[in-house]
Design a binder for this molecule. Sequence first.
Ligand code: NOJ
Length: 565
Amino acid sequence: MKKTSFPWWQNKAAYQIYPKSFFDGSGDGIGDLPGVLSKLDYLKDLGVDILWLSPVYPSPMVDQGYDISDYYGVDPRFGTMEDLDALIQELKRREMYLVMDLVVSHCSDRHRWFQEAIRDPAGKYGQYFYLKPGRNGGPPNNWRAEFGGSCWDRLPGSDLYYFHTFAKEQPDLNWENPEVRREICDMVNWWLDKGVSGFRLDAIINLKKDLSFRDGPADSPDGTCAVSKMLPQTTEIGAFLNQLKQECFLPHDAFTVGEVYSITRERVSEFGGPEGYFSTLFDFAHFLADHRGVFWYQHKPFDFRSWRDAIFRSQENDSVFLANVLENHDRPRSPGIFLPEGDEGYEAVTAMAALSVLLRGIPFLYQGQEIGMRNGDFRTVEDFEDLNTHDQYRAARAAGLTEEEAMAVCRRHSRDNARTPMQWTGGGHAGFTTGTPWFPVNPNYRELNVEADAASARSVRGWYKRLLALRKDPEWEDALVRGGFRPAFREEAEIFAYWRTGEESGKRILVLCHYGRGTASVPFAEPFRVLMNNYDSLESREGRLRLDAYQVVVLACGAGEQEEV
Ligand code: NOJ
């Protein structure tokens, strides 16, 4: 029999930590590295192997750490380099791995390189950024930044403009310059040599620009064009990403996961998989299923079939072992997006969990998802911290939405929904801090917290733990990790179901969910055994399986898998 070797990370499960909101070890109201360190056993027990740490580097925090002013340090808010070293060591001891956030499409305007570029735009560091003269007294072109406004701002003390895809405090690095690439590769290797196991690559598709810097077609009343519209013209990104792969990732056998929005299906295997630039990439296709325009107020309401079918389409492309996500720090909590209001109970949350974790690929959980945390409670626009939310609010108002309507849009879509502190206990500030939390705790913490969840017979975390364990169970690993994927009952209006089939073991698993209210039934005559069920029973009668509201079952199927139900 052919012996195939699999990458070390393939059967692992990952968990994203948003450090500012995870756990505060120092009592200053901000989550920190000692806080993360103190929760490693909690994470290990859940079944997590890989921790992705959102940025902890020194930063002015204009974009919550995604504006880095020193790639080689730790921001004092989060602790010290010794704390980070201790985290690496303690993870190793538990056979766990640390994945850092690599934010190299841009840095902070406080970074030394940018400060030097301001001091001497014609010197070495001027070449580290995109500096251009303006046009007719305004910016060089009409591109609109991701967080609003022009992509161009005046370089202080100069007539030149510098380019930024995101906020004006996040100048883009000029990857065309080999010296920039050298600096970044050296830095990446420094972290890998230190014992970090890999990276999540932030906004990596933005590394390459359309160097013509031509105007784009206006898509906003102010005549600007979303900067993302130039991405189809930037197909030459491969040289940059291959350099990272060849010089850094491959020699260290690193695990890398790309944050790649806006690529076509055909290009997925260029980015991820054995021939791709990265080990894997996040599957965001289902996040985008409700997108109609670039602004939140243009998004469509949740539609079950578009969501499910987007996942099916991604899964059917088996060239890449994708990273599957329901949540991250840039999205609202999953019950707030993928469920109709009023349906966010235990069954629905556990159904989503099973559907996501058992897909082909590596599951990524986001902190708090394991207890079913919900969207925050934001009354006025001032309650939002996130600069993106403020921009989307302005855009909605400018488009004529009332204050109430614009707030409803932001409540539904804001990234701050996922950034409220982690709810550990029903005590003060949800046990997140002994100080004053930097961001208010969700008022539902008294009922919804890790302690209460653990004490409940319907523990969401307990369900996640079982799912992660099942995926790794030697009996099912061949099917659930390496196995193929095939949609099932695709024509059924409220059924989300798929087969996972192991090539070597021949094991077949059906993940079957009624994603809706009331009941539904599907024809099913095969012998089966229930491995997991978010209800107490499963009704099988006259060749049909009858499922309750948001009931999900994981069935081992085929001859030899028989049980009385
Ligand atoms: C993607 C990150 O996930 C997001 O939080 C950030 O605002 C942008 N990239 C810019 O770094």
